[in-house]
Design a binder for this molecule. Sequence first.
Ligand SMILES: *Cc1c(COP(=O)(O)O)cnc(C)c1O
Length: 355
Amino acid sequence: MESITKNAISIEKVQSSKIALVDFDNLAFGSVFSDHMLVCDYRNGAWENPKIVPYGPISLAPAAKIFHYGQSIFEGMKAYKDDTDSIFLFRPKDNHKRFNISASRMSMPELPEEYFMEGLKTLLELDKAWIPQSEGSAMYIRPFMFASGEGFHASPADAYKFMICLAPSGPYFAGKVKVLIEEKYSRSANGGVGYAKTGGNYAGQFHPTQLAKSKGYHQVIWTDDHKHENIEEAGAMNIFVRIGDTLITGPTSDRILDGITRKSVLEVAESEGIKTEVRTITVTEVVAAAKDGSLKEMFGAGTAAVISPIAGFGYRDTDYELQEVENSYAALFKKRITDIQYNRAKDPFGWRVEV
Ligand SMILES: *Cc1c(COP(=O)(O)O)cnc(C)c1O
């Protein structure tokens, strides 16, 4: 296995930091970037030359395959700062593993763990002052890889870049969302790339999501591509429904991404003695439960929002509203998970990693 030490990462610091220009009390999500970024190259069959440089544009050939064939993958993670300025990551090795699962599906080279973890930690230490501390805020971390090798022939590139950029971010969603159950478009298909965090999956969502927005919804609920009978994901989040007191989410597959928040919610639910079911959720049962009042909650789960409660959904020209519930599962999971992330509670699961 290749290995790097921190000494091997060359560091070119900014001449003057941009941090004074940032209003940390009014941060949007993922739209301000810290002073530095990590860049690492893959050529001749090996990763080399990891370096940290000032955040800024990079130069690529017009024939770079990222532009033509979309070989591009990413991860989304966060760094959290506690009251004493200590910094924590949440299950970061799971992000690294999934990064390589995405890489392999897109015929891209795997990245050794050292490059991912040491690169990330060195970058975070350098831009530590950029990690926000206020409630719900965190440093959003975007590791990504794309084909920089050239050629108009449709085949995997021979050169790639791995990069990490950091975006100090405020809370993701304000308020509850209204969603539309999608029956025409699909996010993913059997045998497809839905389980990979690859760029095209998201580009393909924009148009149907725009259509839903023009009808007054915030997000699309994806159903299976075959018959649109099963509820699969909420936008770029995994979806949970609570019927009665049972928490249900779909099984991961080619089509449903193996979310780290999803599996954390399941583990927290089990530790709280909540009945969980990992099984296919049909649109029919959710509509029936909405009608008879047993549909207590629906929420999305993902790193950016942690938990994103759903206020209601549209299905075939009818809107269904969910009533507020006491003892909300969504609120409980959000509290349990964020308390661990921000080092406000013990971590019986071993998820928190200090930087
Ligand atoms: C990233 C992502 C998720 C959530 O994964 P987390 O690891 O919890 O952030 C769910 N669905 C899709 C389609 C995603 O891209």
